[in-house]
Design a binder for this molecule. Structure first.
Ligand code: FES
Ligand SMILES: [Fe+2]
Length: 445
């Protein structure tokens, strides 16, 4: 199969189509695991998940168990979470504190720098000299890097520096990281759920403004009531004080930015209102970062860092890690992401709004996941076909940024400014262009 059998990308002719086989085909799935999840940078977690000496957390890259651990000197390391003896998973918990890991199978032990500390009954083991020359420590990930507390790892050494992979999208991580001088933390209470559909359904849906009014009517009614309650109390923002949107005849309400390497953002102007848990720090954030950047922090923003990380800042703030389990099964791990040191009232509001919207117990996530499963059933029932869900916004998408992005010096590859009905679908193109780049070699092989 050629990559053009899966992605039909002909910009000059105004055509971008995706073949439904990419959601169902086992050979495609296997190639994705190798080329995308095990072949490049993926998000692992936050450095604050292993804050103190000897703290660790466990996660997964593709088929491999991974452990991120801080050693006694405070340095973070990332290791394959498998004992070199016979391969048993070493750390068993999602997170913990362990100056020493003792393998549950034959008791080899490892310190928090991944060094082997002891091999049980070594003296009586009659080992060869060759064995003694082996390194018995944990295997380090070939790539591991920290961008402002966001930790990324790679099973391949053949990757660009993380800064190059993130590119301009790093500025959107800054909008999250800069919400507190003390950094970010995860509110206790991680949720893991699975749905019976392909992982790229989640990738797309985070950027899918088009579904919101159709899929989430019950949640929208709650939002309307909340907006009324908050409407008296807004702070003047850049959006109100300038010609940024009010004077725009087209009624710009937001838009999208697409970046190299598959990262994408869709956003909407929310205004600096008490509907955001950041509201009690609206003044200090403006002082520290300027009004424009502060206003961007208040905007609705759904960010994807390809391939497995999403930060949804709309109702509240959710961090997601996407993990493909099979062509038609995906695991999502979610957390409520919060600036450290926010007031108790702000934290309460953040959690309340988080619970309303997100997760299998919220008002929105179940609407979304059932739609993913409906798509999967639709794709799975017959021969593959070209899908038409990548065409909205085609004539609105321009190369480079716009005056809104300029406020935070953002230089995307493509951008769309939109009224609330446009609901751009061209930002998926950046996912699939990155996907095609990485997959072409693998599929041809
Ligand atoms: S597998 Fe770990 S000690 Fe044997
Ligand atoms: Fe949704």
């Amino acid at each position: 199969m050629a990559i053009t059998d899966y992605i039909d990308d002909r910009p000059a002719e105004g055509v971008f189509r995706v073949n439904s086989a990419i959601f169902t085909d086992q050979a495609v799935f296997d190639a994705e695991i190798r080329a995308i999840f095990e072949g490049g940078w993926v998000f692992l977690g936050l450095s604050s998940q292993a804050e103190k000496p000897h703290d660790y957390f466990t996660t997964q890259i593709g088929r491999f168990a991974v452990m991120v651990q801080r050693n006694g000197q405070g340095e973070l390391g990332a290791f394959i979470n498998a004992c070199p003896h016979k391969g048993a998973r070493l750390a068993q918990l999602r997170q913990g504190n362990a100056p020493l890991h003792v393998c549950p199978y034959h008791s080899w032990s490892f310190d928090s720098s991944g060094r082997n500390k002891a091999i049980k009954s070594k003296h009586a083991g009659c080992y060869s000299a060759a064995f003694d020359q082996d390194d018995h420590g944990l295997a380090r990930l070939p790539g591991f890097a920290d961008y402002r507390g966001f930790l990324f790892g790679s099973l391949s050494a053949d990757v660009p520096p993380l800064a190059e992979h993130l590119g301009e999208a790093a500025k959107l991580l800054d909008l999250v990281a800069d919400q507190s001088e003390d950094g970010l933390e995860l509110v206790p209470g991680q949720v893991t759920f699975t749905f019976a559909a392909n992982w790229k359904m989640q990738l797309e849906n985070c950027s899918d403004a088009y579904h919101f009014t159709s899929t989430h009517p019950s949640y929208i009614r709650v939002l309307e009531r909340r907006q009324q309650a908050f409407s008296q109390d807004v702070v003047a923002s850049v959006w109100e004080n300038s010609d940024y949107w009010k004077d725009d005849a087209t009624g710009i309400g937001g838009g999208s930015f697409s970046f190299a390497n598959g990262h994408a953002l869709n956003w909407g102007i929310f205004g600096v209102t008490p509907a955001s848990p950041l509201f009690d720090r609206a003044g200090s954030l403006a002082q520290r970062h300027g009004e424009a950047k502060r206003d961007w922090m208040f905007n609705m923003r759904n960010l994807t860092i390809f391939p497995n990380m999403q930060i949804a800042e709309n109702a509240s703030s959710q961090l997601r890690i996407i993990r493909p389990l099979a062509a038609n099964v995906t695991e999502i791990r979610t957390w409520c992401l919060a600036p450290k040191g926010e007031s108790a009232a702000a934290r309460r509001q953040r959690i309340k709004q988080y619970e309303d919207f997100f997760n299998p117990t919220g008002m929105a996530t179940p609407d979304d996941t059932i739609s993913y499963e409906n798509c999967q059933m639709g794709h799975g029932g017959g021969p593959s076909r070209w899908l038409q869900g990548y065409a909205r916004g085609m004539t609105a998408s321009v190369a480079g940024g716009n005056r809104f992005g300029d406020l935070i010096s953002l230089q995307p590859e493509q951008s769309v400014l939109a009224n609330p009905q446009l609901c751009d679908e061209t930002l998926y193109h950046s996912y699939y262009r990155a996907w095609a780049n990485r997959m072409a070699k693998e599929l041809e092989a």
